[in-house]
Design a binder for this molecule. Sequence first.
Ligand code: UN1
Length: 513
Amino acid sequence: TTSFGIEEALSQLGLKEINNGTSTGSANFGSGETIASYSPVDGSLIGKVVTTSPEDYDKVMETATTAFKQWRTIPAPQRGEIVRQFGNKLRELKEPLGKLVSFEMGKSYQEGLGEVQEMIDICDFAVGLSRQLHGLTMHSERPGHRMYEQYHPLGVVGIISAFNFPVAVWSWNTALAWVCGDVCVWKPSEKTPLTGVACQNIIAEILKENNMPEGISCLINGDYKVGELMTHDKRIPLVSATGSIRMGKIVAQAVAARLGKSLLELGGNNAIIVTPDADIKMTVIGAVFGAVGTAGQRCTSTRRLIIHESIYDQVKDAITKAYAQIRIGNPLDQHNHVGPLIDTDAVNNYLNALEEAKKEGGTILIEGGVLEGEGYESGCYVKPAIVEAKNSFKIVQEETFAPILYLLKYSGGIENALDQQNGVVQGLSSAIMTNNLREAEHFLSANGSDCGIANVNIGTSGAEIGGAFGGEKETGGGRESGSDAWKVYMRRQTNTINYTTELPLAQGIKFDL
Ligand code: UN1
């Protein structure tokens, strides 16, 4: 692990002695089993983390609940000041943290840096927001009455995040939750526990410097069993979970059974529609980055290209040429575009999907396969593949977290492309490539894309933090990050004040005593 300055990055992030995985801030502890984090880059052991036992969890919840009582009384702009300092620290540590993300998760170093940039951006957003947690004022129907609403902190927010954006998704939740006056308990993916410890170290130091209670940010570690402690816990009014649809259904049901709130960010099956009026050069850049970026492990990754038959061959040729340029290898080497998949299970899912696609009648346009030999010893490096397929294939209907792109054909008008695009259970991101105003507006209309994100002349991935991020249908309906996504982290209270000496009833009801 001495290559590419990983040792140095680990020490800059305070991860020289990683032996803990449960933290209420300055206090690191944990008495559960140990999990090891291996890098998919070279298969090496990066570190070990002690998981959170049910007893540890109770200790965490006690600390978090106590911290909440203090944190919620601190004026929101002062909470924003803490988030501002956190964002600044991330600016300082952007390189080592980006590097660790790349090494532990396998995405390219550029994308690792991009992920830390998303963290910095959401901090800036949250700092501004800390002065804008606005409610409305309404006109009361009764004389001498004032009616308005205010947003209050919610409590302990539970965050379950996925390996693919091991740090950014946590920060989208925490930066907002903190300015909203909530405290956070985070369970990172058991596949990327060290980036979790690194982030916790950063915020813990800032809280300490500011004499703030450590329980504002807590870290717990382990597999789904540790997550279940949170989903069943009445002390957690909101659970924000990112991951598979299967996981999301389990989380949603557990949280709903106690009438808690859940914010779900689940699978995508994102398509780009390529119409006869598309700019082919832009289409290729958007589609290739969308399909092979992060080795196809973004929830916004492009999985389907829905191409008009009149330009099908032209697009197919252009994409094939572009795929020939893709360099696969160590993601810390900036010459490479595509790094490894997260682990060998993911490699098997990728291989199975290609097998299934073939069985269902798909034509392999660009052959996949696992890379072997020097530099590929971890067994996690795969070749981005392209399959000519049909939307009705069972495998095309599923999200396979790997660089597999399905080419689909449509004929006639845009509505036929939309039938295919919307004809899946997921509803996260979507895009159209066209210079035709009618097509673009149709795509964005109520008859158009049914996804939470719909882009024109942009690919499906790479959303900015300023917009609300999330999707419909089995993607789970949650919205995170920008716009008014903050509202889910607060409770709304309607207040009516009577400043007269009478007590008139609403709706004109008479009740004379
Ligand atoms: C995810 O894959 O879970 O829009 C999040 C994007 C990134 C976030 C992806 N900003 O691709």
